[in-house]
Ligand binder design. Structure first.
Ligand SMILES: [Zn+2]
Length: 476
């Protein structure tokens, strides 16, 4: 079938470039409509940038097609490869000169493989870039009817995106009211003739509807910037909160949606603080409050969160030394989103629990937290090798990274650069393996990663150590 279609309709081009033609069959017409959906949902994962045009291709996350400033060395036909240097890293100067500040930052944050690889089209609406019928269908529905019908038409299942979450009832009810557009925003009060002016009292720039209050307002943005969701928030296609949640649920899991709802709730709280008490809350405080409300609910209701409950009952409670003759490498990453920094740490210990090596590095933030966790695993492997550990096991508290390395999950997103490298490194070593451990068993690596966020120089230390490694680093 594919070959027949190719011969008939796109003999000399690729499928994505094929045209409808003068006398298209019903099948071909339908396929092309499906392709339109694919087009909207695909983006390029840059490997060497040779296949991807700078203008006109989706290659920066969230669909912002960069419009290059007229820069003498870049033509309209230029490919992304021209933005990459000989060691396969982004050419920071050129990118800074050619794009807006925001786009430049976004490009520089995109992870590249350490050696050039072919570019690849991946599915944008999935964290791991993998297309599923479900997410394709959701996008198709959206393309057919971009304007969401009024609340009464929305089926009950749509509201599930709010009610299924394990968060306090008051937070759910808040979100439900936001999604119903019945929060007492200035615009809603103005519509009911309670106030004279619909303009937002915080930024004084726009009418304050629910979306503006929770997402659009520059004060709300400051809070989102401190979270892990800022990229998605900036790229939102919808403006009513229920559609916003549906859109985010295509890209994020339930736990993230819980966090996102809590952030909305915290933003509304800080907005009320300002409107009713005239107090300007520190955005960091709002972000922390959102995290705390979800965390404390999970702690009080462990039964509702099966994975977490299982861990707490049966899971390991403290770090355990490896078997004699073997070494254990604990790794972790920490991030500081406001400073766009990451820290990675690794500590190698023997069967007596003594530290034999440790390392920590500060890096610029690339990709998301999981990308940094994968970097930390690579650092751990390097350190173990430098310390001549023949047999070692790696422990990470990133379930995602561990599952990807063990191929229990797969990813086409940028994280796969690091995952493939880890798999390559671990190949030759039959006894080497990687495990997931809860955070409480990974404290030392976590501290290293955190401390190094504010240090300039990378630290590598190998040999016997009279005091626990964590303390040494704390003195640096
Ligand atoms: Zn505002």
């Amino acid at each position: 079938m594919a070959q027949i279609l190719k011969a008939k309709y796109f003999k000399h081009s690729s499928f994505m470039e094929a045209k409808l033609g003068s006398n298209p069959s019903y099948v071909w017409r339908s396929i092309l409509w499906g392709r339109q959906v694919l087009h909207k949902g695909l983006r390029w994962r840059i490997g060497d940038g040779k296949q991807v045009k700078i203008s006109g291709n989706n290659w920066v996350k969230n669909f912002e097609i960069p419009r290059a400033n007229p820069h003498p060395s870049l033509s309209m036909e230029a490919v992304v490869a021209e933005l990459i240097d000989g060691s396969n890293e982004w050419r920071e100067d050129l990118i800074g000169q050619s794009f807006s500040k925001e786009t430049a930052e976004r490009i520089l944050r995109t992870p590249l493989p350490k050696t050039p690889r072919p570019d690849k089209l991946v599915w944008h609406f999935d964290k791991h870039g993998i297309y599923s019928v479900k997410s394709g269908y959701q996008l198709a529905v959206k393309l057919k009817s971009p304007d969401r019908p009024s609340c009464s038409d929305i089926s009950k299942t749509m509201w599930k995106v709010i009610w299924v979450n394990d968060i306090p009832e008051k937070v759910k009810i808040f979100m439900w009211r936001a999604a119903q557009n019945v929060l007492p925003t200035v615009e809603n009060l103005w519509k009911r003739k309670i106030v004279q002016d619909p303009v937002c009292q915080r930024c004084c720039r726009m009418s304050e509807d629910v979306f503006h209050a929770l997402v659009g307002c520059s004060f709300a943005r400051k809070v989102w910037k401190l979270t892990d969701f800022y990229e998605e928030i900036k790229g939102l296609a919808h403006q009513d909160m229920l559609s916003v949640l549906q859109e985010l649920a295509m890209m994020r899991g339930k736990k993230d949606i819980e966090q996102i709802i809590a952030v909305c709730w915290a933003i509304w709280h800080s907005r009320n603080c300002f409107v009713f008490e005239g107090k300007m809350e520190d955005p960091l405080y709002s972000a922390t409050r959102a995290e705390a409300v979800v965390e404390s609910y999970r702690r009080i209701n462990p039964g509702k969160n099966n994975a977490l409950a299982g861990q707490q009952q049966n899971g390991q409670q403290v770090w355990k030394p490896p078997l004699p003759g073997c070494f254990k490498v604990n790794v972790d990453a920490a991030t500081n989103l406001s400073k766009q920094r990451g820290g990675i740490g690794a500590v190698v210990r023997d069967s007596r629990g003594d530290c034999v090596a440790a390392a920590a590095q500060r890096t610029t933030l690339k990709g998301n937290v999981a990308d940094m966790e994968a970097e930390a695993v690579l650092l751990g492997i390097q350190v173990a090798r430098k310390a001549n550990c023949a047999h070692f096991v790696i422990e990470s508290d990133s379930k995602e990274v561990v599952e990807l390395v063990l191929k229990r999950k797969s990813s086409l997103a940028e994280i796969s650069w690091n995952i493939e490298e880890i798999q390559e490194c671990l190949k030759g070593q039959s006894t080497t393996s990687i495990f997931f451990v809860p955070r409480r068993c990974n404290v030392m690596a976590h501290n290293l990663a955190k401390v190094v966020l504010d240090c300039v120089d990378p630290v590598l230390w190998i040999g016997n150590c009279p005091v626990p490694a964590g303390d040494i680093f704390l003195q640096l």
